[in-house]
Design a protein around this ligand. Structure first.
Ligand SMILES: [Fe+2]
Length: 248
């Protein structure tokens, strides 16, 4: 345990959050998935409700860069998913479920070796097969949760494609859960507009053009039209600027 970091975070707000985050790092390293999910059960509501500023604290990066990076992506996707659910006129209950699903959608990546996840060179066939298992890993992790098992179907299906070419099960059209179709669009938008180890970020306009191009193949075309016509147009408002400040 790094007492230097603990002493430092002891001076600031949200100490419990940082202590939990550090415990999560330790449990993931020990491959103690049950204990990891118990800690995540505590962190998920804090992360969803917390101000965006908590994700800009450098202390998190010192504790575990791998988890820090995934949490920032999770927070942004959760935000975009909520905005899209609002624009789709979902019920209050469904909006909250979609927001939660956005936060946990890639939790399966927490248990993938970061040397594979953040590899800058081309992935081998076997490495790519491991990455493609993250929806199932996420579902298995959530099956250990006390409070979030209801999110498992959306997490398991968020890489399915509208035309049946996705993974893991090649579901198509409305066979894919609505919440998973929503996540698919916002996840792709965030992936394109933030730097990844294997690709540089592109501007929002270019990402929107790519999402439109893939409407009807990768994405549900009706969800794409609501995302591009209603959600993206709000980008100049302060709430959008806050989430973009989290950084990649
Ligand atoms: Fe994913």
């Amino acid at each position: 345990m790094n007492h230097g970091i603990l002493k430092e975070v002891d001076q600031i707000d949200n100490f419990d959050f940082f202590r939990q985050f550090e415990s999560l790092s330790e449990m993931l390293l020990l491959k103690n998935w049950y204990r990891s999910m118990l800690i995540l059960d505590e962190l998920i509501p804090i992360c969803i409700d917390e101000e965006y500023s908590i994700f800009k604290r450098p202390h998190l990066k010192k504790i575990n860069h791998h988890i820090y990076r995934e949490f920032k992506h999770a927070k942004r996707v959760s935000f975009y998913a909520k905005q899209l659910a609002l624009a789709l006129s979902c019920s209050i209950c469904d909006i909250y479920t979609i927001e939660q699903s956005g936060f946990v959608h890639d939790f399966g990546k927490l248990i993938i070796d970061h040397r594979i996840l953040y590899k800058e060179d081309t992935l081998s066939h076997n490495e790519w097969q491991i990455i493609k298992k993250h929806p199932q890993f996420g579902a298995e992790l959530l099956s250990l949760s006390k409070h979030y098992r209801h999110l498992i179907p959306a997490v398991a299906q968020h890489h399915e494609w509208w035309n049946g070419s996705g993974y893991p099960n090649g579901l198509r059209g409305e066979e894919i859960l609505f919440n998973a179709r929503v996540l698919s669009v916002v996840d792709a938008y965030d992936a394109m507009t933030c730097n990844r180890s294997y690709q540089k970020r592109i501007e929002s306009d270019a990402a929107v053009a790519e999402i439109k191009r893939c409407a009807g193949s990768q994405f549900d075309p009706e969800i794409v039209s609501v995302f591009t016509d209603k959600v993206i147009k709000k980008q100049d408002c302060s709430i959008f600027k806050n989430v973009q400040l989290i950084g990649c």
